[in-house]
Design a protein around this ligand. Structure first.
Ligand SMILES: NC(=O)c1ccc[n+]([C@@H]2O[C@H](COP(=O)([O-])OP(=O)(O)OC[C@H]3O[C@@H](n4cnc5c(N)ncnc54)[C@H](OP(=O)(O)O)[C@@H]3O)[C@@H](O)[C@H]2O)c1
Length: 309
């Protein structure tokens, strides 16, 4: 592992595996095997990473591979680790393996650790959307964090790998792994869902002249800047922070009329905003209880429905 150039095998040339492979190859490491579930996927990955050794068999991993990236879906990590540990041509004690799942710790690679290999979890705190081509994803890697765990050797390896990818590591306590992943979902998927709600509301407004993104971008960008420059508590403005129960009541009613399927979202986010306004001390417990009562009344009158319009 002290050699400057790593021979790397990629098992799972999907969005994450291809982006990792591209950056590592560019910085001088060698991609010496690309293995997928289907030959087509392996071939496509090999072409992208300029590696001719591709296929569906783990036996294709050359004996001189020093690093194996298991960038397979999280349900395949443990079975693939078990199969890898049975390979007789690999010198495990000189090798390092990692997976990229946010949900699983390094323990998912235990069969490889039992063979003497260095193992780590290595979860990129970034989004790799299925519909985006690798060339759009690769530039989003520099500067990101990797949620990692492992023993001392595993952590050292994870740190080296992150540094080769232009990123940094943060150690996630094993017992908090799932909670950490839930936080990542809030950061990316919930933000995307929130913008999806906004797009639906813009559609219901039926305005001409500006897309939802053009119209709302300035307020979104200023809000994000304010929050990152100070804190969510300090950056909070609007009717909940001002104690405007009547306004929120009217919002719930107009949303019920025009886009009832968005009521559960608005109700849940009102409750989250009330918690923030309490922390800001801009509303008292009495006013907070009024907001909660308003939301509860809407929930009981109009049970949540997720039917598409
Ligand atoms: N996508 C994200 O935003 C994101 C973010 C952070 C972390 N992650 C994690 O990164 C990992 C990879 O995710 P991804 O989005 O890159 O997945 P992906 O695009 O679906 O790619 C998965 C790859 O694994 C291959 N594969 C599946 N089962 C296999 C097996 N048993 N043996 C060998 N190869 C196998 C697939 O091959 P075929 O095409 O032939 O099926 C495909 O090349 C996951 O653990 C995920 O949780 C993903």
């Amino acid at each position: 592992m002290t050699r400057n150039r790593w021979n790397i095998a990629i098992v799972g040339p999907g969005k994450v595996g291809l982006a990792f492979g591209k950056v590592l190859r560019k910085r001088g490491d060698a991609i010496t095997a690309v293995i997928a579930r289907s030959a087509t996927s392996a071939l496509r990955g090999g072409k992208y990473l300029r590696c001719a050794n591709t296929g569906t068999q783990l036996e294709l991993i050359p004996g001189d591979a020093r690093v194996v990236l298991l960038t397979v879906p999280h349900s395949s990590i443990e079975p693939v680790a078990r199969d890898l540990a049975r390979l007789t041509h690999l010198s495990f004690s000189g090798m390092a393996f990692c997976h990229a799942s946010g949900m699983l710790s390094a323990a998912a690679l235990a069969p490889l650790a039992d063979q003497g290999a260095t193992v780590a979890s290595f979860h990129p705190l970034q989004t790799f959307p299925r519909d985006f081509p690798p060339e759009k994803i690769v530039p989003t890697l520099p500067g990101i964090w990797y949620g990692v765990d492992g023993d001392a050797k595993g952590l050292r390896f994870a740190k080296q790998l992150a540094s080769r990818l232009g990123g940094k590591t943060v150690v996630i306590p094993t017992e908090m792994r799932e909670y950490y992943h839930a936080a990542c979902v809030v950061a990316s998927n919930h933000l995307t869902a929130l913008l999806g709600v906004l797009e639906e509301m813009h559609r219901a407004l039926d305005l001409s002249g500006a897309t939802y993104h053009e119209l709302f971008r300035p307020i979104i960008e200023t809000t994000l800047r304010n929050v990152t420059a100070t804190s969510p508590v300090r950056a909070l403005s609007g009717p909940v922070a001002r104690g405007g129960t009547e306004t929120i009541g009217r919002h719930l009613e107009t949303i019920r009329q025009h886009t009832p399927e968005l009521l559960p979202y608005y109700a849940a986010m009102t409750l989250a905003t009330v918690r923030l306004a309490m922390a800001k001390e801009s509303i008292d417990e009495h006013r907070a209880a009024e907001f909660r009562g308003l939301v509860d009344a809407y929930h009981s009158l109009h049970p949540p429905s997720d039917k598409p319009r």
